[in-house]
Structure formats: structure tokens, C-alpha cells
Design a protein. Structure first.
Ligand code: MF3
Ligand code: CO
Ligand code: CO
Length: 272
């Protein structure tokens, strides 16, 4: 990473980088590629395929676009995606796991384009989901969008978390506390931790030029998770189904820009 690039803009007292107006274009380009790759994965998610095959396709697409995967080599991770099936909350490692009819899965891709990071994930179904799984995915999607609605200068990160938590709990589902969103831009993970729960008016104040992800994980059962022996795969402790949606966003003068919108308009729904 170029040290000069790291020092562009300024840092707030909370250590959050404020990017410049011209930096939005770089984030849009990276975000669009990540979203396009997720669009192109829809047709490949079918019963009988494996998460490893899906990851191979993603690896090829990143390379074909002349981009780089942010996850290959990240803290020893070796794949271009995380694929989290059913009760896997996040960071599922692609492998020989066979998908069967009704499985729901999150595919999370982060690419680097011209030094900018685009990080997004969404839900897929192999075959046809059952009604509870469908409802879980719908609530998780709506929770992300309500969180994004709370993004504008003067609001706080607590406002985002509160909007998500309030809605999810009103639907009798639970918000995972053990993982959060993050600042990003010229780096993958930067301050702040973007919590998906919280109280109104708490946390750092949002300012124009902040770039970060919102990526709520929602469980049908209890919120607790545990990480498996592979040191990556996080699952629900009670084995209940879990879902996640993630966008990378930037704060504008009067609101928010989503960098990872689906060019095909297929971020949601993918199942109907
Ligand atoms: N893309 C994930 C996120 O949303 C991070 C994956 S890191 C990996 O922050 F190493 F597990 F790939
Ligand atoms: Co992320
Ligand atoms: Co991600």
C-alpha cells in the first residue's frame, strides 16, 4: 500500500478518515465490480454445486476484470469469497460442501480496483427456500436498508445500529453482536466499528466523506455465535438460521451513496 495514499484527507478525533469528493468515483468503481460479480453468481447457485466451485468462479471473475481479491492472503485467508450456508453466520470457508435444495447462503466478496476496496454480500438460495428462511432474508435486507436510511451528516453511528436493532427485534429475530461493519476505502478494515445495535445519539458523528460498510447478521434464534476449529467459520450457537446483507457506502453532504448497488437490480430479491 502506498503510504502517500494512506494519508489523503484527514482523520476525525475518533480516527475515522474523511475522504475527498473525488474519491467517491474510485469507491463506485470497486463497489460496482463486487456487485456485478455477485449478480453473475445467481445462476450458479443450484443444488448439487459446492461452495468451492462457486469460489473458483469468483476467483476467475476477479482476475478477468483485472482486479485483485482483498481476501486472498488476508490474515492467512486463502479464498476470494466467504460463503456462509444456513446456520453459518459469516466467514464460511468455500470447500467441498454440497448445496442442497432449500439451503440459503451468503456470498461475501471484496475486490480491490485501483487501490479502492469494494465489499458487499447478499443472500442466495439453492432451489426454493422455506417460508421461515425467506422471512429471515427479507428482515435482514430491510434491516440493512433501514440502517442505510439513517446515514447522513449529523446523525451518529448509534443511530444506524439502533435503526437495525429496533426493526430486527420487532420481528422477533436477533442481531449478532460479535461481528460488525467497518470503515474502508484505500484499506479493507479501518475505524470505526459499525455496530448493528445501539442507542440513538451515541457513537461518533457522521461526516461527509466517511466510507464504511453496514453488514447486519440476523439470526432466527439467539444472537450468540461461536467460531469453529478452522478459526474462521462463525456459526449460531443454537444452530438457528442466520442471514446477512452488506453494502459499502459513503456519506454525502445530504445523505448517503451506496457504492455496491447491483447493476442488474438483483441485490434483492434473489429468490422470487
Ligand atoms: N468481507 C468480509 C467483511 O465484510 C471480511 C472477510 S475477511 C476474510 O468484512 F478473510 F474472511 F475473507
Ligand atoms: Co465488510
Ligand atoms: Co464483506
Amino acid at each position: 500500500m502506498d503510504v502517500k495514499d494512506q494519508s489523503r484527507g484527514r482523520l476525525t478525533k475518533d480516527g475515522i478518515r474523511i475522504y475527498e469528493a473525488t474519491d467517491f468515483a474510485g469507491m463506485h468503481k470497486a463497489g460496482r465490480l463486487a456487485a456485478e460479480i455477485l449478480d453473475e453468481m445467481i445462476e450458479h447457485v443450484v443444488p448439487g454445486t459446492t461452495t468451492g466451485k462457486l469460489d473458483e468462479i469468483i476467483t476467475d471473475k476477479v482476475e478477468a476484470a483485472g482486479a485483485k481479491s482483498a481476501t486472498i492472503g488476508y490474515k492467512g485467508y486463502r479464498h476470494a469469497s466467504c460463503i456462509s450456508v444456513n446456520h453459518v453466520v459469516c466467514h464460511g470457508i468455500p470447500g467441498d460442501k454440497l448445496l442442497k435444495d432449500g439451503d440459503i447462503l451468503n456470498i461475501d466478496v471484496t475486490v480491490i480496483v485501483d487501490g479502492w476496496f469494494g465489499d458487499t454480500s447478499r443472500m442466495y438460495v439453492a432451489g426454493k427456500p422455506n417460508r421461515r428462511a425467506e422471512r429471515l432474508m427479507q428482515v435482514t435486507y430491510d434491516a440493512l436498508m433501514l440502517g442505510i436510511d439513517a446515514v447522513k451528516p449529523g446523525n451518529t453511528f448509534g443511530d444506524i445500529g439502533h435503526a437495525i436493532q429496533r426493526y430486527v427485534e420487532s420481528q422477533r429475530m436477533s442481531v449478532v453482536r460479535d461481528f460488525c461493519g467497518h470503515g474502508l476505502g484505500r484499506v479493507f478494515h479501518a475505524p470505526p466499528n459499525v455496530l448493528h445495535y445501539g442507542r440513538r445519539g451515541t457513537g461518533a458523528v457522521l461526516e461527509e466523506g466517511m466510507f464504511f460498510t453496514i453488514e447486519p447478521m440476523v439470526n432466527l434464534g439467539r444472537p450468540e455465535t461461536k467460531v469453529l476449529g478452522d478459526d474462521w467459520t462463525a456459526v449460531t450457537r443454537d444452530k438457528s438460521l442466520s442471514a446477512q446483507y452488506e453494502h459499502s457506502v459513503g456519506v454525502t453532504a445530504d445523505g448517503v451513496e451506496i457504492f455496491t448497488n447491483s447493476p442488474a437490480g438483483k441485490f434483492h430479491p434473489t429468490w422470487g
